[in-house]
Design a protein around this ligand. Structure first.
Ligand code: NDP
Length: 298
């Protein structure tokens, strides 16, 4: 068997295009653009890159991007005051506070201060609760992106065995919840799981969200499994190179001869995250204006 490559980059580009079209319609209906506010505290280089690419993607999708860059020594009171101001601002539909925050700031308190209806990252406990009980809210972007790739690839997931490796609040847990909602039989594995290889062997769908380079071996996989690799890990540089290669949590080369389909790293799940962020922002905008997005538009 030679696995098909699930092209997340192309899927994400099509989603961004649909969001852009609907965002232009929104502007016509509401008389303003949908708006995403991104707050960055400090100078973390990786966060700066993410914030820059979110800004570019937001503008390219016909939406307004409001960037707020605060110095690393910003107090929690000042940050909370900015979030309050954004919560009250009618032109801001989505608010994203870029994580990680500097150590003196309490991430939980900051996320809790964002209005759940503008929490387009889906990290607020109200949105986690809505997902848990099946109410509509905002779902974290990365697992939502994985789900879209799975639905596109497999259609109905009813009765399929799914194993999610990792139980973080931003990937593993919401991923498991989405798979359960889609009627898969879900197992969540983590660092204390006994016989991880045996657990993975049962799975028709494997979602790896661990952060350990090539940990999932080809021989763990069931023949014909669909593999979604969320992990982003940088290998040590080869001699003479200044940067190491990016790899996922799955042995990609080995998995190619066992899996039916697999996401590459990079170019698989990664590009879906920003595309879903734009989608969530547009949904927030339609809701905030009391307008209905046409069914199936996104
Ligand atoms: P976390 O570190 O928060 O969670 C990692 C999870 O993996 C934990 O639940 C942990 O278990 C589990 N784990 C660790 N070691 C093992 C092991 N040996 N066997 C089984 N499970 C193990 O990471 P995130 O969920 O935030 O991210 C996971 C990966 O996804 C990272 O590589 C990250 O870079 C990537 N990522 C990619 C995104 C994208 O856009 N593509 C977005 C977000 C993340 P325990 O709970 O027991 O400690």
């Amino acid at each position: 068997m030679v696995a098909q490559i699930i092209d997340g980059k192309a899927f994400a580009a099509r989603l961004r295009e649909r969001v852009g079209e609907q965002a232009a319609k929104f502007e016509g209906l509401a008389g303003r653009k949908a708006g995403l506010a991104v707050v960055l505290v400090g100078e973390d280089p990786a966060s700066q890159v993410y914030v820059r690419s979110k800004h570019k993607a937001t503008v390219a999708a016909n939406m307004e991007s409001f960037e707020h860059r605060l110095p690393a020594e910003t107090t929690e009171a000042d940050l909370l005051a900015l979030v309050d101001q954004l919560n009250a601002d009618q032109t801001v539909d989505g608010i994203l506070v870029q994580l990680p925050l500097p150590a003196h700031l309490d991430e939980k308190a900051v996320i809790a201060s964002i209005s759940p209806d503008k929490d387009v990252d889906g990290f607020h406990v109200t949105n986690a609760g809505r997902l848990a009980v099946g109410q509509s809210g905002f779902v974290p972007c990365t697992p939502m992106g994985c789900m879209m790739l799975l639905a596109d690839r497999l259609g109905d997931l009813s009765g399929l065995e799914a194993v999610v490796i990792g139980r973080s609040n931003i990937v593993g847990k919401p991923m498991a919840q989405l798979l359960l909602d889609a009627n898969a039989t879900v197992t969540i594995a983590h660092s204390r799981t006994k016989d991880l290889a045996g657990v993975v062997k049962r799975a028709d769908i494997v979602v790896a969200a661990v952060g350990r380079a090539e940990m999932v071996k080809a021989e763990w996989l069931k023949e014909g499994a669909t593999v979604i690799d969320v992990g982003i890990n940088r290998l040590p540089p080869e001699p003479g190179a200044d940067k190491g290669r990016l790899v996922g949590d799955v042995d990609y080369a080995g998995a190619q001869s066992v899996a039916a389909a697999i996401t590459p790293v990079p170019g698989g799940v990664g590009p879906m995250t920003i595309a879903v962020l734009l989608r969530n922002t547009l949904i927030a905008a339609y809701r905030n204006e009391g307008l209905d997005l046409p069914d199936g538009a996104l």
